[in-house]
Design a protein around this ligand. Structure first.
Ligand SMILES: CC(C)(COP(=O)(O)OP(=O)(O)OC[C@H]1O[C@@H](n2cnc3c(N)ncnc32)[C@H](O)[C@@H]1OP(=O)(O)O)[C@@H](O)C(=O)NCCC(=O)NCCS
Length: 329
């Protein structure tokens, strides 16, 4: 256990709701096939949030479960960090909306925009703020309703994404469990590879931006793939190095669930056996910032992640961003 370990995960939770959209459903919407989607991505189905609900609803659901799992109440939470690229609105932040929905009246709340790496960024920030004594209990959630920014006429992207939320509550380490290392990095020069061009101050919404479909995700899949493998490997190796941990000491590897081939490429480079790699992309698709905390919560509930286990989280995403966290459970 590192002397610098300050914070530990006290509880986790996740929430998916809405209808299930299968690959067979997508075959009726765009020129694609179940076989193509499975072989190229590993995805079989994804969840689409029901109309009238938003990112804060999913985050609040996941957050309340994580708080209960931690044995705390919403009033105990000092800080809420919501990692999302699909906030309910630009402002108020989704964090503030979640605060109201769960009744965390004593908290400060904010959002983090780091795309699919957002949950790792949030963990890193929470860890640092607990370490320096500014806060005691932090709710970190990754929550996305990507279906609202997905171009359902673009087969290159619409087969990939899904909606959902996952959350963790962090508090001071008990000396046995804790966050052993965090690592975050970005390269803005690669921002154009994955972006939502419209709706911000650069291209505010007009009839023209709607006509040009600028309010939907634009992606250069092949280039992202290349950088994803490179950056997740760097993040994983750096995270392990910072905690003086060897890859073979890991009990579980949880990566961002974007594409099964990207996960397998990292697995091969770390020489991690199948039973130590958690994959649920088939069920949820790519849920961006939510993918790692949903997987972490599911792994705990299924007994794949137990007390005493060392788990490495590794992510990459738009920005370009990447990062890792090594956690002793
Ligand atoms: C998107 C991705 C699955 C595409 O897989 P790929 O093996 O690179 O496939 P390509 O883009 O080379 O496309 C191969 C062919 O399939 C076609 N194709 C693309 N999407 C398709 C779909 N949904 N169904 C059927 N065919 C499709 C392409 O048009 C192309 O056809 P062509 O050869 O006639 O031009 C892959 O590049 C990927 O996962 N990239 C990373 C994306 C990602 O992770 N984004 C989120 C980051 S957090």
């Amino acid at each position: 256990m590192s002397e610098r370990t300050a914070a530990m995960i006290l509880g986790t939770g996740s929430e998916v709701s809405g209808r299930v959209l299968t690959n067979a459903d997508l075959e009726k919407m765009v020129d694609t096939s179940d076989q193509w989607i499975r072989e190229r991505t590993g995805i079989e189905r994804r969840h689409i949030l029901e109309e009238g609900k938003a990112t804060s609803d999913l985050a609040a659901g996941a957050g309340l479960k994580a708080i209960e799992d931690a044995g705390l109440t919403p009033e105990d939470i000092d800080l809420i960090i919501i990692a999302t690229i699909t906030p309910d609105t630009s402002f108020p932040s989704t964090g503030c909306r979640v605060q109201t929905k769960i009744g965390a009246d004593n908290a400060a709340a904010m959002d983090i925009s780091a795309a699919c790496s957002g949950f790792i960024y949030g963990l890193s920030l929470a860890n640092a703020m607990i370490a320096n004594g500014q806060v005691r209990y932090v709710l970190v959630a990754g929550a996305e309703v990507l279906s609202r920014i997905t171009d359902w006429e673009d087969r290159g992207t619409c087969v990939l994404f899904g909606d959902g939320a996952g959350a963790a509550v962090l508090g001071p380490s008990d000396g046995k469990k804790g966050i052993l290392s965090t690592y975050i990095k970005s390269d803005g020069k690669l921002g154009h590879l994955l972006e939502l061009p419209g709706g911000g101050s650069l291209n505010p919404a007009t009839e023209e931006t709607v006509r040009q479909r600028l309010h939907y995700i634009k992606m250069e899949g092949g280039d992202i793939y290349k950088h994803a493998v490179r950056s997740m490997k760097e993040a994983a190796i750096e995270g392990l190095k910072r905690a003086h941990c060897k890859p073979e000491e890991l009990d579980l590897l949880i990566t961002h669930q974007a594409n099964i081939r990207i996960i397998e490429a990292l697995q091969a480079r770390l020489k991690t056996p199948d039973e130590k790699v958690f994959i649920n992309i088939q069920e949820y698709g790519n849920t961006s910032a939510a993918s790692i905390p949903i997987a972490m919560d599911q792994a705990r509930r299924e007994g794949r992640l137990k007390d005493g286990h060392k788990c490495l989280l590794s992510a990459f995403g738009g920005g370009f961003t990447w990062g890792s966290a090594l956690i002793q459970f």
